[in-house]
Design a protein around this ligand. Structure first.
Ligand SMILES: [Zn+2]
Length: 297
């Protein structure tokens, strides 16, 4: 599956500061004022299930676009996150897979539900950045690149099912009490968006808000997050979780819904009907990535 690719071009230069509680990282633009990056999700499978093939094509397209960074929408390590900071899966699914020169850039990652099934704090530990300097994973944070501000939001704690369904164990250390965590997170996102003067505002989370894929919509995010995004004119919400790529334009707002969750083990034939006037793009393939690259061109 091809990663979703964005290229944003300079509109204006302006300086500003965020007043929010969320930690903010500065991302410089290219000398011509442009910015480009790849977005992938649902990937860490020790190279299996087409992860290595996708990584190869990411390297090609990353060089073509001269990307500045990579975004991961979560489910970084399957099946159950990392067992700890010394889990070899970090090397086997990340360092040793994304080896192309063009991918030796900063990676900004959020956590997915599978990441919460392991030692979730391991992925957040700066020791992993010492092991591979590209790695940066936090629950929620901001990347400020002048023309675009990207707000990364930890969406797994919003999902009621994970707290009521005993099928899987989740590592909720650092989340509880859940209600307080979510209330503070929403307040911080609201404040950060409110103070942003960036031309483009993007929000990244793991779970879909709208999706024609297997997992479908996430009601909790529709109810709690979307009103904030609409109030602050966020341009796009970007996520993974469903193993496909999609673009849905809601009839009710200008907010665009972009999914990039097909970076390994893409699903086939698991699509729910969606209003074709809103469904801009849907791709779920298991053919070679080279073909996908040609399709892109
Ligand atoms: Zn997921």
């Amino acid at each position: 599956m091809l990663p979703l690719i964005f290229a944003a071009f300079i509109i204006c230069f302006c300086s500003f500061s965020s007043l929010a509680e969320l930690q903010s990282f500065q991302q410089p633009l290219k000398s011509d004022g442009s910015l480009s990056f790849l977005v992938i999700g649902d990937w860490g499978r020790r190279g299996l299930y087409n992860q290595s093939e996708v990584a190869l094509q990411m390297g090609v397209i990353g060089e073509e676009l001269d990307i500045d960074f990579v975004i991961s929408t979560g489910d970084n390590f399957y099946e159950d996150g990392l067992t700890g900071i010394d889990d070899p899966n970090f090397y086997e699914s990340f360092t040793n897979i994304y080896t192309a020169p063009s991918l030796q850039k900063q990676w900004y990652s959020v956590l997915g539900n599978h990441d919460y099934r392991g030692d979730v704090e391991a992925q957040l530990n700066p020791i992993l950045t010492q092991k591979d300097s590209r790695w940066l994973c936090m629950r929620s944070f901001i990347v400020n690149a002048e023309i675009v501000e990207i707000f990364f939001v930890d969406t797994s704690p919003f999902v009621n099912d994970y707290f009521t369904n005993p099928e899987h164990n989740y590592d909720w250390k650092g989340i509880s009490p859940r209600e307080t965590y979510l209330a503070n997170l929403l307040k911080d996102v609201d404040a950060a968006l409110s103070s942003s003067t960036a031309k483009w505002k993007l929000l990244v989370g793991h779970h879909a808000i709208l999706s024609a894929g297997h997992h479908g919509i996430t009601v909790e995010l529709l109810q709690q997050l979307v009103p904030i995004l609409q109030e602050h004119n966020v341009d796009a919400y970007i996520n993974g979780h469903d193993h496909c790529i999609q673009h849905i334009s809601s009839s009710h707002s200008l907010l665009q819904f972009l999914m990039s969750g097909g970076s390994s083990k893409a699903w086939t034939g698991d699509v729910d009907w969606w209003n074709p006037k809103e469904m801009q793009f849907f791709m779920m393939v298991k053919v070679s990535c080279l073909w996908r690259l040609h399709k892109l061109k």
